[in-house]
Design a binder for this molecule. Structure first.
Ligand code: GLU
Length: 375
């Protein structure tokens, strides 16, 4: 692809259930093949792709309705939708794996529950795994783990899940493909004069009011959850676009300037994130570092175990710790990648020594530069 999409390196693409699954005939293979070809073109030019795919409940329900006709066309009970997701997800994963495989891409499945993006330890784990898949040039296929999600503890719609994934992975662009081609000044089904907005610079109360309620029968989203997703993504520095997936080759179409609504990313995303680390989290320990490490951190590097001279506290991986100089003055804080005991054992040791004694599986960085604020 040579148009607009080539400006973005890391792209999250969210695909709604209604595009993937036809309640009569199952997976919409021809359409999906055309999407896989578009994804292949992005991937070939070096782009990184993360897919957030809905459809497990719709697909599982369809498969089970051949055994139990009463399942079609009514609301499912919680345990029915959990079980339908179990059946649908395995089929969905296989389809993705086959379709992407045709274009040389390796798919890897990740099922997330709400806590995986809200709790810091689990957030770091999920981020590392998705990051490793991308480093391998694989394509993560993500969905909510609907088999264990309950009504109280769930994202519930994949628009917001996709936005959280985009923000977690510092994606450059989030593409929401659905059955509508963008945000209109009013819901088009209610107002024939409604106009498509091509760009949205800020999500104001007026923009929120344009969303209305427009969820369709087989998807849980609607324009409201898309606007909520736009807030999460744009605050994290990710641009977002809503475009129609009802056409063949939907990304090629978008690339060539197809109808869509683009949401601009916030100008100061890093500051927001750093303010969050700096201001809102309690600290659970402290790492004292040497002069060489202070210079490295100030020039934007991550903190390695070698630069640490003392470790205090009782923290766990993902907790916030203070970073101190040798005189005990606070120079910053960050989210630590090691548990307390491991941090103590590895302090002052070089990466080579740690590889020798712990093997390749240890984590080289004690605090990642993206998870750190220097005061
Ligand atoms: N996680 C749900 C599924 O795969 C979809 C949620 C949504 O439609 O946004 O069936």
């Amino acid at each position: 692809m040579t148009g607009k999409l080539s400006n973005y390196r890391r792209i999250v693409v969210k695909i709604g259930s209604a595009l993937l699954v036809d309640l009569e005939s199952g997976v919409r293979r021809t359409w999906l093949e055309s999407l896989a070809a578009d994804l292949g073109a992005i991937w070939e030019r070096g782009g990184e792709i993360i897919i957030v795919s809905s459809g497990s409940i719709a697909l599982g329900r369809r498969q089970m309705s051949t055994h139990d006709a009463s399942l079609a066309g009514r609301a499912l009970k919680l345990e029915e939708s959990q079980a339908a997701a179990a059946i649908g997800q395995i089929a969905l994963g296989r389809v993705w794996s086959e379709m992407l495989g045709d274009y040389g891409m390796q798919a890897g499945q990740i099922l997330l529950t709400l806590g995986d993006t809200e709790e810091r330890r689990r957030y770091l784990n999920a981020r590392d795994t998705i990051g490793q898949l991308l480093a391998w040039r694989s394509v993560p296929i993500i969905n909510e783990n609907d088999t264990v999600a309950t009504n109280e503890i769930r994202y519930g719609d994949n628009d917001r899940l996709a936005a959280r994934v985009a923000s977690m992975m510092d994606a450059n662009l989030l593409v929401l493909l659905s059955d509508i081609d963008g945000l209109y000044t009013a819901p088009p089904s209610e107002d024939p004069n409604a106009k498509l907005l091509e760009t949205v610079d800020a999500i104001t109360p007026e923009i929120e009011a344009m969303a209305g309620e427009s969820a369709s029968v087989i998807s849980s989203g609607g324009m409201r959850t898309k606007i909520a997703a736009a807030k999460i993504a744009t605050q994290a520095g990710t641009e977002m676009v809503i475009a129609s997936g009802k056409v063949a080759h939907p990304l090629k179409e978008l690339d060539q300037g197809g109808r869509s609504t683009w949401f601009a990313a916030s100008k100061n995303p890093i500051n927001n994130r750093r303010r969050w680390i700096a201001g809102t989290l309690e600290t659970s320990g402290a790492l004292t570092i040497d002069a060489g490490a202070i210079t490295a951190l100030k020039s934007g590097k991550s903190l390695l175990p070698a630069g640490v001279t003392d470790v205090k506290g009782g923290f766990s991986r993902g907790d916030t710790v203070l970073i101190l100089d040798s005189g005990g003055r606070t120079i910053g804080r960050g989210l630590v990648e090691y548990d307390f005991e491991d941090a103590k054992k590895s302090k002052g040791r070089s990466s080579d020594e740690l590889t020798k004694s712990l093997g390749e599986s240890y984590r080289s960085v004690l605090i990642h530069r993206d998870d750190m604020v220097i005061e």
